[in-house]
Design a protein around this ligand. Structure first.
Ligand SMILES: NC(=O)c1ccc[n+]([C@@H]2O[C@H](COP(=O)([O-])OP(=O)(O)OC[C@H]3O[C@@H](n4cnc5c(N)ncnc54)[C@H](OP(=O)(O)O)[C@@H]3O)[C@@H](O)[C@H]2O)c1
Length: 252
């Protein structure tokens, strides 16, 4: 995509969670490139401010809001602060997520709660905080970032995959709930992607990616481009879709 492409994001405001790294960072930069005022959120202030700096250096508008997201209060506080900074939010990207892998029998209740808090509870209450206002104005787009392993069983990914499967069902439920009032809610389901978060997986990421027709991991920009599509009016008739951006993994 080039900045001359009319993606109808000019003048809109966007909130991207987990935008200090990987897919979220690429998404924040791409939304800003297409004219959105972007709230970059994450926990790491240094990396957050760096993303803002890069967006501004490229001529875009961005603000960093530090947020440790784990419950309703933290989600609602971020929504309120973001709205204060850039005005009513037109685009919400629920990207922040954690993905610890491991055997079910070695998973503690604390691990379980941590994954469901960040991957399910926080998106739930960000939507609760922002979708009604979008619906009141009759427009808005929400993009949830899920995962290919929400679609099929993979040993070691029960906890993570199930949390994102919940987010996929929420995507469809919210499409039914808010779609009639002008808010489109969709999801992008990425396959293995090279990010700061998957760096330590090394060759295991390539091994996972080898099962798909593309045969390689994605780069964050390839996921971000699809998120921007679902956030923009170019997808104006797309509601409640789970878009696989996985190199073809779920197709074969
Ligand atoms: N990479 C993949 O292969 C892949 C594949 C499928 C789906 N996904 C999904 O795509 C999304 C992004 O993945 P990624 O690999 O780009 O992630 P990443 O590099 O690990 O970055 C995660 C981002 O989420 C933020 N975050 C994590 N926990 C948070 C919390 N409690 N409160 C606030 N922010 C929090 C991090 O903030 P700080 O760094 O500032 O702490 C960071 O900005 C996730 O939802 C992931 O499940 C990734």
């Amino acid at each position: 995509m080039s900045s001359s492409t009319p993606w109808e994001l000019s003048g809109t405001s966007a909130l991207v969670t987990g935008a200090t790294s990987g897919i979220g960072k690429a998404t924040a930069m791409a939304l800003a490139e297409h004219g959105a005022r972007v709230v970059v959120s994450g926990r790491d202030e240094v990396r957050g401010e760096q993303v803002v700096k890069e967006i501004r250096a490229a001529g875009g508008q961005a603000y960093f809001v530090r947020a440790e997201l784990h419950d309703e209060a933290s989600a609602r506080a971020l929504a309120a602060r973001a709205t204060e900074l850039v005005g009513p939010i037109d685009v919400l990207v629920n990207n922040a997520g954690i993905y610890p892998f491991g055997p079910t029998e070695q998973t503690t209740q604390q691990d379980f709660d941590a994954v469901y808090d960040v991957n399910v509870k926080v998106p739930f209450f960000l939507v609760a905080a922002l979708a009604p206002e979008m619906a009141g104005r009759g427009r808005g787009a929400i993009v949830n970032v899920t995962t290919v392993v929400a679609q099929f069983g993979l040993a070691g990914m029960a906890l993570y995959g199930s949390s994102k499967a919940a987010l996929e069902l929420l995507t469809k439920s919210w499409a039914a709930e808010y779609g009639p009032r002008g808010v489109r809610i969709n999801a992008v389901s990425p396959g293995p992607t090279r990010t700061e978060g998957t760096e330590e997986m090394g060759d295991n990421l390539d091994a996972l990616a080898a099962a798909a027709p593309a045969g390689r991991p994605a780069c964050p920009q390839e996921i971000a481009d699809s998120i921007v599509f679902l956030a923009s009016q170019r997808s104006s008739f797309v509601h409640g879709a789970i878009l696989p951006v996985d190199g073809g993994r779920v197709a074969v």
